[in-house]
Ligand binder design. Structure first.
Ligand code: LLP
Length: 437
């Protein structure tokens, strides 16, 4: 359960990055997302290191949808990674963080003309083109602006990775990408090659929270079958093969992910093998980890409030956040582990279920977890909330979104402020002015 820089200090409190989480909760309030920056750097270095070890050029692009903010993108940039953005908002955040535009890859299945123009004006390094509509607009805008851009074609290889249905994107019946099997991808390549693009290569993403390498290997084999045909037909060889993200993390003890190095080395070995067997010039391999860079580095601290005992059935313990800061349990039945941060070594435990505070019966964070006996005011630490927590947070029930703190070497830095009630009504325009009494 404890991971990264976590430990229990002399007061029996959970400590992360050399900071006492109970003090963090006092100082910054709850709910609070706390990120272990050392662990993020470690994960980034193991992905990058795996390419170096294999002696293969490549790019590790952080999928910023997992968690985007100025500070995290600056850490990612410090570690030398590239960046995947999927919207004008993510792109804007990256630019404001000082991220080098040439290292930004622009994704998305319905980029608007305005977003495409914005990315062109920022001179992003690469567009991951998803469909013919986009190909058309991009071509038109490039001609108008007299620029030539790098593109990857996103293809759907028809491989199902073993994961939750909602987050499958690689199967054929998918809203993403050009379908390989039907010849749609070939048609897209033909169109792209006869337009004014620099077609770097192809991209696929087979799913998320994947624990094995099989899906990646099958996808690579499939890609190379088509690459080999395209070489014959168009005398075209990709210089980049991007296999997306999806590398799993350990949310609970039943999850058994591989190490970043293991995913990467299996992928690189297969690309080398396929390229050699099919007489294709070895392309660069790009990957796009999101969750596996920031997921287990994030912990959410909550204050415990009310409890309700349904005699003989269950004890509910409510916290001051819930589905508004972590939609994943309600949306995907995602499982989490937790610890009472100020009672980290208490042995007097009871099984409880952690409820959120939203007006929704489905707002449950964890069912049936053994925890130290709690009282109102205790601090609950829910682990591995660093990916798709803040980034999917909402203001449901007009709950202000929590603050985000980075901890590293005993230093805590506020990197996203807590929303205020003023922020909550910031965009509202009243029908008439309220006369203050
Ligand atoms: N690349 C592409 C093209 C993607 O669509 C995604 C995630 C990634 C990379 C990063 O995947 P990761 O390494 O984080 O698994 N909200 C869901 C996850 C949705 C993932 C969408 N695409 C969740 O909370 O589990």
């Amino acid at each position: 359960m404890l991971h990264g820089t976590m430990c229990v200090n002399q007061y029996g409190h959970l400590e992360i990055g050399g900071c006492d989480t109970v003090e963090l909760a006092n100082q910054f309030g709850t709910p609070l997302y706390v990120y272990d920056v050392e662990l993020i750097r470690k994960r980034a270095r193991s992905f990058v290191g795996a390419f170096q070890k294999a002696g293969m050029p490549g790019q590790v692009a952080y999928a910023s949808k997992a968690f985007s903010s100025l500070a995290i993108l600056q850490v990612i940039n410090e570690e030398g990674l590239a960046l995947d953005v999927v919207s004008g908002g993510e792109l804007y955040t990256a630019m404001m963080a000082g991220f080098p535009p040439e290292k930004i890859h622009f994704h998305g299945n319905n980029k608007s003309p305005a977003e495409i123009e914005m990315a062109l004006d920022y001179r992003v390094g690469c567009f991951v083109v998803d469909n013919f509509y986009e190909l058309d607009i991009l071509d038109q805008l490039c001609r108008e602006k007299n620029v030539k851009v790098n593109i990857l074609l996103r293809v759907t290889p028809g491989i199902e990775a073993h994961t939750h249905d909602y987050i499958l994107t690689g199967q054929e019946d998918s809203k993403f990408g050009f379908d390989l099997n039907s010849g749609q991808a070939k048609h897209a390549l033909d169109t792209a090659l006869s337009s004014s693009f620099n077609v770097l290569g192809i991209h696929c993403h087979i799913g998320s929270q994947i624990f094995e390498t099989t899906g990646f290997l099958l996808a690579i084999d499939k890609l190379f079958t088509h690459i080999t045909q395209w070489k014959e037909e168009f005398q075209y060889e990709p210089t980049v093969v991007n296999v997306g993200g999806g590398f799993g993390i350990r949310y609970t003890e039943t999850d058994a992910p591989l190490e970043p190095e293991d995913y990467v080395s299996a992928i690189l070995t297969e690309v080398k093998k396929q390229a050699a067997e099919n007489h294709i010039t070895l392309p660069e391999v790009w990957i796009e980890p999101g969750r596996s860079l920031v997921g287990d580095a994030g912990t959410t601290l909550y204050s415990i409030g009310s409890t309700k005992e349904v005699i003989g059935v269950r004890k509910y313990v409510a916290v001051d956040g819930g589905m508004s800061d972590n939609i994943r349990p309600a949306l995907y039945q995602a499982k989490y582990e937790a610890l009472v941060a100020n009672k980290a070594i208490h042995s007097d435990k009871e099984v409880v279920s952690i409820a959120g505070k939203a007006c929704e019966s489905g707002d449950m964070l964890i069912w049936n977890i053994p925890l130290a006996k709690t009282q109102p005011g205790d601090i609950l630490a829910v682990f591995c909330t660093g990916a798709y927590g803040y980034s999917m947070a909402s203001n449901y029930n007009r709950l202000p979104r929590p603050a985000v703190v980075f901890v590293e070497n005993g230093q805590a830095t506020l990197v996203v402020e807590r929303e205020s009630y003023q922020d909550i009504i910031k965009l509202d325009r009243p029908l008439y002015e309220v006369v203050k009494k």
